[in-house]
Design a protein around this ligand. Structure first.
Ligand code: PMP
Length: 458
C-alpha cells in the first residue's frame, strides 16, 4: 500500500532540494497536496476531493488516469519501452498515421518530441532552415516555452531571464479587443466564437485593421524584408484566453507569407478538440498553417510533443540529421494513440463544445452581475474570465484580490488557473470529460467566492 509523505516533510524537501521557484508557484497560501486523480477529480492526501478545472494547464485531456489510457500504457510497458527510432516498431507508425489523419493536407509529416518547448524549438529551427530567413514574430503576452530559444518567442516578463535568448524574435501587439487600445463592447458581445466576431455594423469595426497596422509597423521597423516565421496560438493560453478579432490570423498569415515566412499554429493548449467546434484551434480561423506544434493534451499528461508540417518543409530539414532519443518512444506513442481513440469513443470534442458553451453562457450572465468581471471569453473548454477593478477602467484586479477569490474557490472544492500578463484572468480548461453537473457546481462555487469577496470589500 502506497503511503504519502507527510506534508511537512514534502515542504522541507521542496525548500531544500527542489527548484526554489516551485515554492513561489505553489499557487495557494494553503497548498494542495495531491494524492490521486480519476477523470475530472483530484483527491488530496487528506481524502478531500476537488473538481479539477485546470487539468495541469489543459494537459489532462481525456481524464486523470483514464482507465483506457492507463490500460494501453500498462500493456506497452510490458512489451517494449524503448529502442532508438532507427529501428522500426509498430506503435510509432500506428500513432503517426492516426495523428496525420486528424490534420488537413498538406500537414502530414510528423516529428515527435517530449514537450511543447522542444516542439516550438524544432519548429523555429525548421522554419529558419526552410525559408533561409531568421526573424520570427510572436504576439505580445504569449507563451511558447521556457527553453533559451523559445523564451524569445514567449512575451511575458515573468518567464524572461536576462540572457541572450531569442535572437531574431520580435513581438507585435496582441490584438486584445478587451484590454487593448482597440475593440470595445461590441467586439465582446459573442463570447462563444473562436474569434471575436463582433456585432459592430458591417464595415464599421476597425479593431482588426488597427492591430494589423501594428504588425505592419513591426515589418517596417524591426525585421528585414523577409522573415522566417510567425507563431501564434489560436486562442491564447497562459496569456489569458485572449481571442483575436475576426480575420486577424487570416490577414496575418497572408502578410507573413508575402514576406517569405511560414505560419506556425501553437496548438499546445487549443488542440485535440479543446475548442469544441473543431479538433484544431486554427480551423476556427479558416487558415491552414505550415506547421502545427502540440504537446500537453496529446498524451493526457504523459510527456510528449510534436511538430507536424508539410513534405516541403520536411525536405528542407532533411539536409541534416535530427535525432531525439525519447521522441516517439513506444510507450508515449501507445499512450497518445489510445488518447486519440478515447477522444473518439468518449466524444470529448462534443463535450468540450456542449459543456464549454454552457459555461461561457452562464459566466457571461455573471459578468453582467458582477462589477469585477470584465470579460468572459473563449471557446469550448478553453475559457478565460478577466477580472477588473471596475468595468469602466478595465484595469486588472490586483493580485491580492485575485488570490482571495482563487483560494476561496479552491477551499470550496474547485481548482481553476490564473493567467494573463498581470495574472488578472481566471482560466478554465478542465479534462474534457466534465459534465453539466460539474459546470453547475463550479458556477455555484465561483458565484459564492465572488459574493464573499464583494461582501468583504465593497
Ligand atoms: N506553448 C504553449 C501554448 C504552452 O502553453 C506551453 C506550456 N505552458 C508551451 C508551449 C511549452 O510547453 P512545455 O511546458 O511542455 O515545454
Amino acid at each position: 500500500e502506497y503511503k504519502d509523505m507527510s506534508k511537512e516533510r514534502m515542504m522541507e524537501i521542496r525548500r531544500q532540494n527542489c527548484n526554489p521557484m516551485t515554492m513561489k508557484v505553489t499557487y495557494y497560501k494553503k497548498p494542495v497536496y495531491i494524492h490521486q486523480g480519476h477523470m475530472q477529480w483530484l483527491w488530496d492526501v487528506d481524502g478531500r476531493r476537488y473538481l479539477d478545472l485546470f487539468a495541469g494547464v489543459a494537459t489532462v485531456s481525456v481524464g486523470h488516469c483514464h482507465p483506457k489510457v492507463t490500460a494501453a500504457a500498462e500493456k506497452q510497458l510490458r512489451k517494449l519501452w524503448h529502442t532508438t527510432n532507427i529501428y522500426v516498431y509498430s506503435p510509432l507508425h500506428e500513432y503517426t498515421e492516426k495523428l496525420a489523419a486528424t490534420l488537413p493536407d498538406p500537414l502530414k509529416v510528423i516529428y515527435l518530441t517530449n514537450s511543447g518547448s522542444e516542439a516550438n524549438d524544432l519548429a523555429m529551427l525548421m522554419a529558419r532552415l526552410h525559408t533561409g530567413n531568421f526573424d520570427v514574430i510572436t504576439l505580445r503576452g504569449s507563451y511558447h516555452g521556457g527553453s533559451p530559444h523559445t523564451m524569445g518567442l514567449t512575451s511575458n516578463a515573468a518567464y524572461k531571464y536576462p540572457v541572450a535568448s531569442g535572437l531574431g524574435c520580435h513581438n507585435t501587439m496582441c490584438p486584445d479587443v478587451f484590454a487593448g487600445p482597440w475593440g470595445g463592447s461590441n467586439c465582446r458581445d459573442s463570447p462563444i466564437q473562436t474569434i471575436r466576431d463582433c456585432s459592430c455594423p458591417q464595415g464599421s469595426c476597425t479593431a482588426n485593421d488597427k492591430y494589423i497596422g501594428q504588425l505592419n509597423e513591426v515589418f517596417a521597423t524591426s525585421v528585414p524584408s523577409r522573415i522566417a516565421a510567425f507563431f501564434a496560438e489560436p486562442i491564447m493560453g497562459v496569456g489569458g484566453a485572449v481571442q483575436y478579432p475576426k480575420n486577424f490570423l487570416k490577414d496575418t498569415y497572408k502578410l507573413v507569407r508575402e514576406r517569405g515566412g511560414v505560419c506556425i499554429a501553437d496548438e499546445v493548449q487549443t488542440g485535440f478538440g479543446r475548442t469544441g467546434s473543431h479538433f484544431w484551434g486554427f480551423q476556427g480561423h479558416d487558415v491552414i498553417p505550415d506547421m502545427v506544434t502540440m504537446a500537453k493534451g496529446i498524451a493526457n499528461g504523459f510527456p510528449m510533443g510534436a511538430v507536424v508540417t508539410t513534405p516541403e518543409v520536411a525536405a528542407s530539414f532533411a539536409k541534416g540529421v535530427h535525432f531525439n532519443t525519447f521522441g516517439g518512444n513506444p510507450v508515449a506513442c501507445a499512450i497518445a494513440s489510445s488518447v486519440l481513440d478515447t477522444m473518439e469513443e468518449d466524444g470529448t470534442q462534443q463535450i468540450s463544445h456542449n459543456v464549454g458553451t454552457y459555461l461561457l453562457t452562464e459566466l457571461a450572465k455573471m459578468r453582467d452581475k458582477y462589477e469585477i468581471i470584465g470579460d468572459v471569453r473563449g471557446k469550448g473548454l478553453q475559457i478565460g474570465v478577466e477580472m477588473v477593478k471596475d468595468k469602466a477602467s478595465r484595469k486588472p484586479l490586483p493580485p491580492a484580490a485575485m488570490s482571495e477569490i482563487f483560494e476561496d474557490t479552491k477551499d470550496m472544492g474547485v481548482l481553476i488557473g490564473k493567467g494573463g500578463v498581470y495574472g488578472q484572468t481566471f482560466r478554465i480548461k478542465p479534462p474534457m470529460c466534465i459534465t453539466k453537473n460539474d459546470a453547475d457546481f463550479f458556477l455555484a462555487v465561483f458565484n459564492q467566492a465572488l459574493h464573499n469577496y464583494m461582501e468583504d470589500h465593497h
